[in-house]
Design a protein around this ligand. Sequence first.
Ligand SMILES: [Zn+2]
Ligand SMILES: [Zn+2]
Length: 269
Amino acid sequence: METRPGKRHGLGINKKLRELIGAALDWVYPPRCMVCADILPVNGPKQICGGCEGLLTPIVLPVCIKCGAPAETEEAECAICRRRKRVLSNTALFVYGDVAREVIHRFKYNGCRGYADGFAKLAIDGLGEGFFAGTDAMVPVPMFPKKRRRRGYNQAEELAWALSEITGVPVLIDYLKRVKETRPQAGLTPAERANNLIGAFALGGPAELKSLLLIDDIYTTGATLDACADLLRQGGAEQVRSLTLAVAVRREASRKPEDAEVYDAPIVT
Ligand SMILES: [Zn+2]
Ligand SMILES: [Zn+2]
C-alpha cells in the first residue's frame, strides 16, 4: 500500500524550494488571520492574529480519554462515552463552538483549502511533534468519491498532508475507502447512525502498519471514527488513535440512549 510522505498534490519539490515559494507568496499575498481575515504582521504568528487568539477555545487538561472533550477529572471517560462504549482515543485541538464552526465551515466549503497549513501549525504548537512519534502513518477519514469530486478536495486529507509536511509521518491514501454514500450523521439517533455506517468503509490492503492515526475535522458522536478504527484494526493495525480539529461538546447529556444528541454549536456536515 502506498504511503506518500509530504508529497502533496503530487508536487515532488523539495522543502527548501517550497519555503522559498512560500516566502514569495507571503510577500505577494500576505498571510491573513484564519478567524478575522486581517493581514498578519510579517514576523508575527502565521495563523491567528493577537486579537483573535483564544477565540478558538483550546482544549486544556483534563480531557475525556475517549472523545478528547474537556472533562472534570483526568484519566476518565465522560458520561456519554461511557454510555456509548467508545473504543477509540481521540485528541482534539479545540472545542467546537461558534468560532470553530465558522472557520471549519470556510475550510470545508468556501475554498479555504490553505487553512490546512494553519491548522497543522496550531496542532504542532499545541501537541508538540512528540505526539506523532511512533506513528507509522496518518489515515484521513475518506469521503465518498462523488462527494469528493463535487467539493474538489477532502479536508481531512488536506490536513493530513499539511501535518505530514511538518512531522514527516506519511499519509496512507487509498487504503481506507468510503464505499457507500451515507446520510450526514448529525441529527440521527445512535441506532440510525449505526445503520447508516454499515458497509460504509472498506480496506484496500494490505498495509502492514502497526500504529495509525486517523485524521478528521470534527469529532461529533465518534461513530464514524470508531467504525474506521474497527476496520483498521481488522486490517492488522495494533494501535489506532485519532486527531481532529474540534470536538463537539454536548449541551446536555440525554438520559435516553435513543435520542439524538444536542451540541453547543450546530454541526456542519
Ligand atoms: Zn484575527
Ligand atoms: Zn468523552
